[in-house]
Design a protein around this ligand. Structure first.
Ligand SMILES: [Zn+2]
Ligand SMILES: [Zn+2]
Ligand SMILES: [Zn+2]
Ligand SMILES: [Zn+2]
Ligand SMILES: [Zn+2]
Ligand SMILES: [Zn+2]
Length: 238
């Protein structure tokens, strides 16, 4: 069997028929102008008719004279406009209404990064020390609200070790800083060691306690030796 053709049928209008349609349209309009009614103006509530100047925006129709900026009243038809909460604004008024970045003071057109209650361009939200973008990254502010990455904040404000004088920072990947505070001084865990024998000190319980002598950090044995030496000297001096 032959394959069946499934063809579409094109309807053609003769020129006379088309003319008829046009004529009918004109007649309608003369008899009843409201058939070309375009819609109700979203501003004044009056009918917008095709012959009048109308425009459509924000899913509504408006008289051209009625479609104006909510702030300055300038006509918006044929111009870029911005709809906010269903009210149209001209470009200038829209931009003026935008929040300004706390760093560069320019309006924020796209995503607002809000930190410590202030708006920023994501690209402007950077560490004051290293300049790294802190968009989506943990950050801290100092007393004057300056933004710091965690690392630079610690470097700047962390307590310094009284032995090596380097800042005492959290270990990589750690949130908290572990430091030893003794005799009103701070120490890195690894810097807290006996000045004489170098043994790393920790707690008294495991025999690694600190036995300071005249502001020197000493283990128990070295403390005892120094005291012995001192008393020996005192006795020989006597
Ligand atoms: Zn109107
Ligand atoms: Zn305006
Ligand atoms: Zn900015
Ligand atoms: Zn930084
Ligand atoms: Zn240290
Ligand atoms: Zn020692």
């Amino acid at each position: 069997p032959q394959p069946q053709r499934s063809g579409g049928v094109t309807l053609t209008k003769s020129p006379e028929e088309e003319l008829d349609v046009l004529t009918k349209c004109l007649v309608d309009k003369m008899e009843n102008p409201e058939t070309d009614f375009f819609g109700i103006c979203g501003n004044c509530g009056q009918k917008v008719i095709v012959d009048e100047e109308g425009c459509s925006a924000m899913d509504k129709v408006f008289h051209v004279k009625c479609f104006t900026c909510t702030t300055c009243g300038g006509r918006l038809s044929g111009k870029p406009f911005y709809a906010m909460e269903n009210h149209p604004y001209c470009e200038e008024c829209y931009i003026n209404s935008l929040e300004k970045c706390s760093v560069c003071s320019k309006p924020i057109m796209e995503r607002i990064l809000r930190a410590t209650g202030k708006p920023y361009h994501p690209a402007c939200f950077t560490c004051v020390v290293c300049g790294k973008s802190l968009d989506g990254i943990p950050f801290t502010v100092d007393a004057t609200n300056q933004i710091h990455c965690i690392e630079d904040f610690h470097k700047k404000f962390a307590p310094r070790c009284s032995v090596c004088h380097e800042p005492i920072m959290p270990e990589p990947g750690q949130e908290e800083t572990i430091r030893i505070v003794a005799m009103d001084r701070s120490f890195h865990v690894g810097c807290y060691k006996c000045e004489d024998c170098g043994m790393v000190l920790s707690s008294e319980a495991d025999g690694r306690g600190c036995y300071p002598l005249d502001d020197h950090i000493l283990c128990r044995d070295c403390n005892a030796k120094r005291i012995q030496a001192l008393s020996a000297r005192i006795s020989t001096e006597l």
